[in-house]
Each structure stands twice: as C-alpha cells, then as structure tokens.
Design a protein around this ligand. Structure first.
Ligand code: HBI
Length: 373
C-alpha cells in the first residue's frame, strides 16, 4: 500500500523511435531523463525501459532495462488516417511485454511513447499506467486510443501544454504538467554575443527556414543546434539562403549546448506545428536568453510577451525581425528567474508526483483501491 509520503515504485517506458541519448527521440528524451532523475532523487524507486543502445548522462544512476527490437517509425511521418504500424520484432512490443511480466513489482507504469500499443494495452494490465502524451494529435488511431483511455481511466492522461491538449477532442481529460529541466546544468550568461540561436531537430515542422530568413534579411549571424535526421533538408535550406550567415553546430550534449546557447542575444522559435511544449525555450531562459517565438503551441505558454521575450504572429518573418530589434528591452535576469519559478525539476517533480498520487488513489488499478477496497 502506498501512502501519501511513502516512496513509489515507478517503471518509466521510453519512446520506441530511438535509443535514449541520440537526440532522435526529440524532447521526450530530456523529459524522461529529467523526470527519472528527479523522482529517484526524491527517494522513489525508478527503472527505465528503453531500446537497446540507450544511455543517460554518466551522472545518472537510474537503471535502464535495454530492450532489443525494431524501432518504431515516427508518428510525425505518418498521415492522419494511416493504420497502426507494428513491425516484426517490434521493440515497442517487446518493451510492453517486459512491462507485463514485471508490472507487479511496481506501483505505477509511466508511458512516454506516442504510440497506439501502450494505450490499447492499458485495460489488460493490473497496474495503473500514467500516459505522458508528448505531442499533439497526429493520427486517427492515436486519437481513438487516447479517447478510450480517457473514458475508461480518467485522470491517467497528461500533456505538456494547454495548446497541445486542445488538439484532442478529450482536451479536458488531460492534466497539463508543463515540463521541467535540471536548471543547475545551465549557466546564466549576462553578456551575450551578437548571434541569434535556433535549437531543435532539423525537420520541416520546426520551421528553421524562417529563422534563416531572419538571418539572411538582417545579416545577424544565426547558430543552429540539433539532430539532423535528413541532411538533404539542410542542403535545401542552405541552397535557398546561400548568403545567410548561419552555422550548424551539431547535436550537443546539454553541457556544451548551454555554454554556446547562453551567448546568444535571443533564441528564435519558429514552429510550423503545435509544439507540445518547447523544452528549448526553457533551456534558453535558464541561460538568460530571451525567446522570440511564434504565438503557436507550447512556446506561447512559456514566453511572457515583453518580459521573457516576444510572441510573434505565426509565420510572419517581419514580426520576428521587429522582435529582434527590440530584444534589448528584455531583462536577461528575468528570463532566468522565470525558468526557476516554473520550470525547475523540483517544480515539475511536484506536479508529476501529485498526478501520480491522485492516480493511485482513484484508478480501478490503483494498489490503494485494491487493498483498501
Ligand atoms: N513516434 N511512433 C512514435 N512514438 C514516439 O514515442 C514518438 C514518435 N515521434 C516523435 C517522438 N516520439 C518524440 O520525438 C516527441 O514525442 C518529442
């Protein structure tokens, strides 16, 4: 039986699209690692299940159960009406078969995958499953599976932002958690260089071309950090803006990223889709870097217009340029303070632990419900 303050036994199941630590799992890698570390630091028993080859920064002592198998194709590459894809020897299938076998060693399973299978399997498990949905609505199959879990297991779905939850019909069934980062890994930089920054997976939905257009039109250098799943995409951008002073700095581990990002005058966030949250906005604020973002998705709920950056009409490059011209009005220390007030790991850990404890009191799976029933 788990009482309000006793430690929880938590099994965290990762995204099946890439091993942890490659950057190809996107923001969910950072979210999973940070939550696992925070929950372990609070005295909970935490285990991670992830595709083989996963590794966490060496500081972490959270054990990883590595599962072999075929990686899942990204939901972002699917069309809305595509059927669910389960490749032979699917790592997702093996991860959740492992979870089925060990579930009784845990109080709660936490799903980080944006996939149909874990949602569909929820009623087959005897332990409650908390689903941290990492993106907005992308496919009909996922929408239906999320709807079913919302109906059968109220309180077990969470999103990172209201905008992300709003992309689902059952928006009010989502707990909005925001996100959190280990802010001790980010150093505050008071005196920036002249550069602008852009951070993210180099993919069309992230809208890098708009940030490059700002650099091309203003002549202000732009540094780009992030995983590059498709080099052709990068080539196309360079050919389209041959004179823009941009340089690609690669996918850096947090330590080096924050050292370079912190020196930027501003971070540009140019999402073309409803970004569920926008961890990079918090990484920038933590370094004292103001954020200029389209008023779209998660970043629009992180940036306080005029206080920690500027919010711009979506897809308006001229709006981005106007905001760059006003960036000195933003107090860099206020950016760091905002990150500490809302997006530290203690704050995210509080919100997440509260979610878990409410689930354990209420769901038919809940151990408390069973023992005290
Ligand atoms: N696609 N099928 C699938 N499963 C995931 O867990 C997944 C994904 N695409 C992207 C992704 N996860 C993460 O990069 C984002 O959730 C951040």
């Amino acid at each position: 039986m788990t009482s309000a303050s006793s430690p929880l036994r938590l099994l965290l199941l990762s995204t099946p699209v890439a091993p942890l630590g490659t950057g190809l799992g996107g923001g969910v890698e950072l979210t999973l690692y940070n939550l696992a570390t925070e929950l372990a630091n609070r005295g909970h028993l935490v285990r991670i299940v992830a595709p083989e080859g996963s590794q966490l920064p060496d500081a972490s002592e959270v054990p990883i159960v590595a599962i072999a198998g075929k990686l899942q194709t990204s939901a972002q590459n699917q069309h809305y009406t595509d059927p669910v894809v389960m490749p032979p020897a699917s790592v997702l299938g093996y991860m959740w078969d492992y979870a089925r076998q060990v579930q009784h060693d845990y109080d709660l399973l936490v799903n980080f995958a944006y996939d149909w299978l874990p949602l569909y399997l929820t009623p087959f498990f005897q332990r409650p499953i908390a689903h941290l949905i990492s993106m907005g609505a992308l496919t009909a199959a996922m929408d239906a599976a999320i709807q079913q879990v919302a109906a059968a297991f109220p309180g077990t779905l969470a999103a990172h932002s209201h905008a992300q939850a709003q992309t689902f019909a059952c928006a009010d069934q989502f707990r909005v958690l925001g996100n959190g980062l280990d802010l001790s890994r980010y150093g505050f930089c008071a005196e920036p260089d002249h550069r602008l920054g852009w951070v993210g997976r180099l993919a069309p939905e992230k809208g890098l071309e708009d940030a490059i257009a700002v650099s091309a039109q203003t002549g202000i250098p732009l540094s780009v950090w992030g995983a590059m799943p498709d080099p052709d995409y990068w080539q196309q951008l360079q050919q389209r803006y041959p004179t823009a002073p941009i340089d690609y700095r690669g996918f850096l581990a947090t330590e080096q990223l924050q050292q370079e990002l912190g020196r930027c005058r501003a971070l540009l966030m140019t999402p073309k889709w409803v970004e569920a949250f926008g961890n990079v906005a918090v990484e920038a604020l933590a370094c004292g870097v103001p954020v200029i973002a389209y008023r779209r998705g998660g970043p629009a709920e992180i940036v306080v217009d005029g206080e920690t950056g500027w919010l711009v009409e979506p897809d308006q490059v001229t709006g981005l340029i106007q905001a760059v011209r006003q960036i000195e009005q933003i107090d860099r220390a206020a950016c760091r303070r905002r990150a500490e007030a809302y997006y530290s790991m203690p704050k995210m850990g509080d919100r997440t632990e509260q979610w878990f404890r409410e689930m354990l009191r209420e769901t038919p799976h809940g151990t408390i419900a069973q023992t005290s029933g």
